[in-house]
Design a protein around this ligand. Structure first.
Ligand code: ZN
Length: 219
């Protein structure tokens, strides 16, 4: 019983007593609401049973546990719901990973030409959740390291569907061919992209060859 109120007579005094749960907010933030299927505000609440006297909680009793309440639909969930990534986090992971793919591919053959720059802008803009322009690309070319490519792609691979992974690899091959030819170093980066996304070798080769054929290129 979580909620109960009683009344008793003690001499000529009427006494109301009972217990009820009372929750306090211990944290707030943004989460992915499973009920609504989108990013919403939440409150993490800690619930405890209190002894009440005249309907006022006066003595804390046992803890009832923590729960998460959606600020939008008021649904409540187990705290493990906060382990789910938000749409915003997924977009951030996607954007940073695809920027690393572009930089690794542009640096692969040792020269960055204008066609490659345009292709990189097209590819990043297709995946990114925020605007991405020439200045952003130049900054990434100077600052991002291809050495971090695998880490970012492994995180992305854990989120994406098989189709999503194929899309990323296809974009890598498109970037490789954007200067009119594909070099062995560029193909190696493309295969690295596929492996980091945990695609099978057969899936990687099939996807690479399909995109090369579409571009009218061969490696
Ligand atoms: Zn909700």
């Amino acid at each position: 019983m979580t909620d109960a109120q009683f009344v008793c007579h003690h001499g000529n005094v009427l006494l109301f007593f009972g217990w009820r749960p009372r929750s306090t907010t211990v944290d707030t933030g943004i989460f992915h609401c499973p009920r609504e299927g989108g990013d919403r505000g939440y409150e993490l609440k800690s619930s405890r049973r209190w002894f009440t006297l005249f309907f006022i909680p006066v003595i804390p009793l046992n803890e009832l546990g923590d729960f998460v309440e959606c600020a939008s639909c008021k649904s409540t969930f187990y705290p493990s719901v906060l382990d789910e990534r938000t749409t915003g986090q997924i977009q951030d992971i996607t954007t940073i990973a695809i920027r690393h793919v572009a930089i690794a591919m542009l640096h692969a053959d040792g020269a960055v030409d204008q066609r490659e720059r345009e292709a990189a802008l097209t590819v990043v803009q297709r995946f990114a959740s925020t605007p991405y322009g020439h200045a952003d690309l130049e900054a990434d070319l100077a600052e991002l390291s291809a050495a971090d490519l695998t880490d970012h792609l492994e995180e992305l691979g854990s989120i994406l569907s098989p189709d999503g992974r194929e899309n990323v690899l296809t974009s890598a091959v498109y970037l490789a061919g954007s200067d009119g030819h594909v070099d062995p170093q560029e193909m190696e980066v493309a295969r690295r992209v596929g492996r980091a996304l945990t695609m099978s070798s057969a899936h990687i080769e099939g996807t690479v060859q399909q995109e090369l054929a579409r571009l009218g290129l061969s490696n």
